[in-house]
Design a protein around this ligand. Structure first.
Ligand code: ADP
Ligand code: MG
Length: 351
């Protein structure tokens, strides 16, 4: 090959907008700057780290399996979607295509492998968000439908049990009646949480003052907070815009505040902070509770996921759904032993 061609090829490699690496049997011996940018390492670091160290643990096996087939000459190329780990620890999705340039017929240690990686992280995240929203909406509609059907028979059952209790003047069956009432109330609690999942009609949203709503929710918890030595503080600026709210928004705040209080059995402070941002307002609830592990953080929005003995595991799922119905966003950050912050963004109405 002419020297001129070689220079040209090196330039193509270096300036390619997608990640590229050249590998021999051992590991990469050359990587381009797009790959370095995608994974956050310098060329030197990347070459020293090796492929497995920047691959998500769950994807190493699949990648290795195909790689071995390639090296053994069973296949000439492969294409997979795999997860890489960025230097910061973030997950990056890549569409990896590896081809081989054989040195001679059959396999040889001089074979060169050419890896091309397209960063598909953005589209993967979008896909995931849409899938989750669809799942949530399907589960929500179904659950709300069932809850609706259960509510009426439950009300009459409760009425009759209450009647038994009233007739039992001497308290002979007090325990039995109280257990029945308690259990019906528990079903009711679950049913009412699920009812919130049905999407409210647009006309039931009204412009409202978020501070008033939060203040009201805080008063509901005064007793419980005192009991556990918990202080609830609200901080806000006076220039907050009005927000379109549905009655269910209060339920979302209740669920979040309840979790915060339940996470601090030995007392502490919950700070509710409301600030104005470009797109609307941001409300954050920060507690000093026991926090949530990384592993659990991935599951807390799933229906029925709970770590509490008498939890329903519906609070956060329902809250997220309510916030989404308001075209808002909700996310949670937490550190074990340090506390948790639930952050909600609600948009201001379009002018
Ligand atoms: P429940 O409160 O009935 O368990 P949720 O959906 O409200 O259901 O919460 C799910 C789980 O998320 C809880 O069981 C708990 O493990 C965790 N969690 C939620 N909020 C917090 C918080 N502020 N601090 C610690 N853990 C929390
Ligand atoms: Mg809860």
């Amino acid at each position: 090959m002419l020297l001129k061609d070689q220079h040209l090829l090196v330039r193509v490699f270096e300036q390619a907008p997608i990640g590229m690496a050249l590998l021999s049997l051992g590991d990469s011996f050359r990587v381009n700057s797009s790959l370095c940018d995608m994974l956050g390492y310098t060329e030197h670091e990347l070459l020293n780290l090796g492929v497995d160290s920047v691959t998500h643990p769950d994807d190493i096996d699949t990648d290795r399996e195909l790689w071995n087939k390639l090296v053994q000459g069973e296949i000439d190329n492969y294409k997979i979607e795999k997860r890489y780990i960025h230097k910061s620890g973030d997950i990056k999705w890549g569409l990896l295509h590896i081809t081989v340039e054989r040195y001679q017929q059959g396999i040889s240690e001089h074979d060169i492998y050419i890896a091309q990686v397209v960063d598909i992280t953005d589209s993967k995240i979008k896909e995931e968000t849409i899938r989750e929203a669809e799942k949530l909406s399907m589960v929500g509609e179904l659950a709300a439908g069932i809850a609706h059907e259960i509510r009426n028979p439950l009300t009459s059952l409760r009425g009759f049990v209450q009647m038994y209790k009233n007739e039992d003047i001497h308290g002979k069956n007090q325990l039995r009646n109280d257990v029945m009432l308690g259990e019906i109330d528990r079903i009711n609690e679950i049913v009412s949480e699920l009812l919130v999942l049905s999407k409210p009609e647009n006309k039931t949203y009204r412009l409202g003052n978020i501070i008033e709503k939060l203040n009201h929710v805080v008063t509901l918890f005064e007793g419980q907070a005192n009991l556990y030595n918990i202080r609830i503080k609200i901080e806000f600026n006076s220039d907050l815009p009005l927000i379109y709210c549905h009655g269910s928004l209060q339920q979302a705040f209740i669920n979040i505040l309840k979790n915060a209080i339940e996470a601090m059995p030995h007392g502490g402070e919950v700070l509710i902070k409301i600030i104005k941002i470009d797109t609307g307002i941001q409300i954050s609830f920060t507690d000093q509770g026991y926090g949530i592990s990384q592993n659990q953080l991935e599951k807390i929005f799933q229906p029925f996921f709970t770590t509490k003995e008498t939890g329903t595991g519906l609070g956060l799922m329902v809250s997220k759904r309510i916030i989404q119905n308001h075209n808002g966003k909700m996310r949670i950050e937490s550190k074990i032993g340090n506390g948790t912050t639930v952050e909600i963004v609600l948009p201001t109405p379009l002018k």
